[in-house]
Design a protein. Structure first.
Length: 330
């Protein structure tokens, strides 16, 4: 039977404006880095995407290299889009990226115009799309002139391949320069995609301020620290978890006794707030008004439900914030 989205899909999701643009994103967005590749079960991926859309999660984030194998997440997404979501294309914000290694030779990674154009054309083909809503340069390139990379992003918009552009993991200095170049070219930088969670707070040292000043949105990836900021690792490493998978980016070594102790204490605070730890971790990144969206991953439908439930309590008392700081500093 074909998929019919829930009529109530826009009833409980919050939509936050990306910087000073016209585009709003759901406060919780879904990324397809893990669990949507050729190694994963397509039917599970399909169920996760359906549930997300039913909850008002209108934004799906991809990249050329997501899989494994690289490219397979875009292919699977394209298949599900074609089967189930084609008539809802105008209700969706689809993003992809290029920057990491994708094919051999000098034109298969980093930030040249040659690579970015070719990669996006390949991504569009894999997803069966005419355009993406947001195209990102995935990581700064120390060798290619920023003018060339930003010029390619501007051309990508002008040629109709993307509606908006963004950058990922650029430092605050690089962001300021990129924003200036893009502004001059007439294609403003819509959004920055940095990693941000309770265990990795680098964006607090300058980037958030620049994004606020420049009117650039911010969608933070790995708000759950790849699953560490949940209750799943409190007892052991479950065999189906990311830390246990051979292709997972989370390493067992990341789960030190000291870290588990912090997670346990954070889990207690979340329980006092009447939330799961995943929900509190999402609310915590969204406490900054400049953060447009928390970009989560999910390996099953229930996780999407749990994460979307974060929106039921986004406020923190000063005491709660201080308690969290204390645990993180210990
Ligand atoms: N721009 C970049 O360079 C970059 C880099 C990395 C990621 N990203 C983007 O950010 C997205 C999210 O990254 P991420 O997957 O690391 O995010 P995350 O939300 O920090 O971690 C997702 C993982 O946490 C676990 N999880 C999620 N919800 C849960 C819940 N409610 N309860 C218990 N466990 C839960 C699942 O792990 P299990 O599999 O163990 O169940 C899930 O796969 C990616 O898909 C990608 O789109 C971008």
């Amino acid at each position: 039977m074909s998929y019919i989205p829930s009529d109530s899909r826009y009833d409980s999701m919050l939509y936050r404006r990306a910087g000073r643009s016209g585009l709003k994103l759901p406060a919780v967005s879904l990324g397809l880095w893990h669990n949507f590749g050729g190694v994963d079960a397509l039917e599970n991926a399909r169920k996760i995407l359906h549930r997300a859309f039913d909850l008002g999660i209108t934004h799906f984030d991809l990249a050329n290299n997501y899989g494994p194998p690289p490219g397979s997440a875009e292919e699977n997404f394209g298949r599900i889009l074609k089967d189930d979501l084609k008539s809802y294309r105008d209700e969706l914000i689809v993003s992809t990226k290029a920057g990491y290694y994708m094919w051999p030779g000098p034109y298969g990674e980093w930030g040249s115009r040659k690579y970015l154009l070719a990669s996006l054309d390949q991504s569009l083909k894999r997803m069966g799309l005419d355009y993406v809503d947001i195209f990102y340069h995935h990581r700064p390139d120390p060798e290619t002139p920023l003018e060339e990379t930003m010029g390619a992003l501007d051309y990508i918009v002008r040629s109709g391949r993307a509606l908006y552009v963004g950058i990922s993991s650029y430092t605050h200095e690089q962001t300021r320069k990129a924003a200036e170049i893009l502004k001059e070219l007439g294609t403003p930088c819509l959004i920055h995609q940095p990693k941000y969670n309770m265990f990795d707070r680098w964006i607090e040292n300058g980037l958030l301020k620049v994004l606020n000043q420049e009117g650039i949105g911010c969608i933070v990836f790995s708000p759950l620290a790849q699953g560490m900021l949940t209750d799943k690792y409190l007892r052991d490493i479950p065999p189906d978890s990311r830390a246990a998978k051979p292709h997972g980016f989370l390493q067992k070594d990341d789960l030190t006794a000291e870290r588990i102790e912090k997670i346990r204490k954070l889990n207690n605070i979340a329980a006092e707030r009447g939330q799961s730890l995943a929900q509190m971790a999402i609310a915590w990144v969204l406490r900054h008004p400049v953060v447009t969206s928390a970009l989560i991953g999910a390996s099953r439908v229930e996780q999407v439900d749990d994460c979307a439930g974060a929106l039921q309590n986004l406020s923190f008392s000063d005491t709660e914030l201080k308690q969290i700081e204390k645990i993180l500093e210990e």
